[in-house]
Structures are given as structure tokens and as C-alpha cells.
Design a binder for this molecule. Sequence first.
Ligand SMILES: NC(=O)c1ccc[n+]([C@@H]2O[C@H](COP(=O)([O-])OP(=O)(O)OC[C@H]3O[C@@H](n4cnc5c(N)ncnc54)[C@H](O)[C@@H]3O)[C@@H](O)[C@H]2O)c1
Length: 301
Amino acid sequence: MANYKAVFIGTGMIGAGLGANALLHDFDVTLYDVVSEEQIRKNLKNIFDILVEAGMTTQAIADEKQKTVKISTDLKEALKGGADIVQEAVPEREDLKRSIFRTVQEILGDKTIIVSTTSHYFPSILQKDALYPGNILVAHPYNPSYILPLIEICGPECPKDVIDKVVEVYTAMGKAPIVCRKEVDGFIVNNISWKALFTAMDIVEQGVCSVEDVDRAIMFGPGMRMAILGQIMCISLGIDGGIAKGPEKYGLPHKPIYDIAGKGVEEEIANRDPELGNTVESLNKWRDKALVEILKIQKML
Ligand SMILES: NC(=O)c1ccc[n+]([C@@H]2O[C@H](COP(=O)([O-])OP(=O)(O)OC[C@H]3O[C@@H](n4cnc5c(N)ncnc54)[C@H](O)[C@@H]3O)[C@@H](O)[C@H]2O)c1
């Protein structure tokens, strides 16, 4: 039985990629685009070829999924029967995205949630003049979106049940949804990555090291740990008594970081659901095992 019903509008890199993920998780998928049916099928096949080559699925499953997918070049037909979610992935143009939302809401009414893959537009911009603004929000993937699980959900003015539903649908799609509670430039992930990128280029510019060494610094150090535990948990595990104790342990130069930790981050870590059963010891053990797996992939062992 199908998991959820999803209609993808725009089947380029992102739309076809997420469409393939949804198919692999037994969604009832319709792909709609303004290009020919043949081109839509080609876009999907390109993604499945990559996924088979990468070992994420088998050729037999990829072939079967490409037979079950519905393809349409007529938006009305694509939306026939409604959908749990309509995923927009057309080029980054505000007017284009908003006109699509209007058409979808005119056809489907107030019951359907529409998510946009936009990297830049805040939900409040996309919701402007919409028939049902509370049903329009951002679900931003990260390239290559057919492999990376991250989906940033942003819709601070949307009702909680809408956000919860989107989290539920992406979880069922095998993704890792996170919620961005405010409209901030770059949402969560690019907010972090742009700052890291700026700093990396800045220290090369200052003659501190080569481009290759700045990349190796991330690849063979913090990048490996962060891939396993994220940024904050990673640091927290390394400091006895929590991040705020950092100045005592490491001296004062980075005091502002530890001061911020003392203002809420620490509290959130301390109040993590005990049901998760994660202790500092168990997390460290798991981290070390996972690091060894990465070393094997990097052929460092
Ligand atoms: N490529 C990335 O790395 C990336 C990452 C995150 C988010 N995004 C966002 O995802 C969206 C799509 O990006 P992409 O890289 O897949 O673009 P793309 O150019 O590869 O694909 C866009 C698709 O939309 C189709 N299209 C154009 N007008 C249409 C219309 N009126 N109705 C239906 N389909 C239409 C095009 O034919 C094309 O197939 C953009 O908003 C982009 O900012 C992209």
C-alpha cells in the first residue's frame, strides 16, 4: 500500500531527486513539469542511475519504481485526486513560485500542504496574496538532495499541525527534517556553512595556509566528528561538566562561545529526553566506532 501521496512540480535536479526518494519509500508519486513526458522520465532515470551506481537501491527496484510513477505535463491532471503534499521545485523565481501556489490552491482548496524547495525566499514572501497562506511553507533540501537526508522546514506563521505533518511526511520519505523557527537568511544550514566558508577563504587570503590544507583541516578533523554528532554535541562531549566550563579548561580566548552556551544551549543539552539513553560514555563509544568507519572509506586504515 502507498505510504503518502505526493505531487512534485518541477522535475529538475531537486524535484526528480526528491521524487525518486519518495518512490523508494513507497509513496504514490506524480511528477509534473512543463517539459515533455519523455524529458521528465529521462530526469528521473538519471537520478535512479546515480542511486543504483551509488548502491542506494538495486536496478530491479529502480526499474519497477519508474514503471509505477505517474507522469504529467498537465497540472490539473497531476493534482487530480489531491495529495498529502505538493512539492514545488521550479526555478528560483518568486513570481513563478507564487503563481503555481495560487493555481494549486484554486484546484485543491485549503486541505493540501504546499512546500517549496527555495533556498532564498522566506515563507512570508511565498505566502503573500495566497488563498491559504498557512498551508505554504519552505522545505529546503541540501545538494545532492537525492542522497543527503537534510530537509529544513520553515514556516513560523504556519499552524503547528501543518509543520508536524510536513515533518511526518519527510520522515516517511527517509529524510531528516529539522525545523527552522525563524525567517533567517540561509535558514539553518547555510547560516552555518556560509560563515564556515567565509572563514576558510579568509584564512587562505591571509596566508595562514593553502586551500588544500584548509579543506584537509575540515575533512580529517571537525568534519569527521560533525558528520556523526553535529556541531554542538561534539564540543559538549569533549568538555567535562559541559560547554560553559570551557574557559576553565581551555583558557579565555574563546570566552564568547562559552558564554553563549551558558545562556540556553547547555540547558537544552541537559534536558534532552532521558529516554534516548545517551550518556557521554555511550555517545563517545559510538562516535569512535563511526569515526573508524569513515577512516576506512577514506582509506586511512
Ligand atoms: N540545485 C540545488 O543545489 C538546490 C538546493 C536546494 C534548493 N534548490 C532549489 O530548488 C529549486 C529547483 O532547483 P533545481 O536545481 O532542481 O532547478 P532545475 O533547473 O534543475 O529544475 C527546475 C525544473 O522546473 C521546471 N519548470 C520550470 N517552470 C515550470 C513550471 N511553470 N511548472 C513546472 N515546472 C517548471 C523546469 O522544466 C525544470 O525541470 C530552486 O528553487 C532552487 O533554488 C536547489
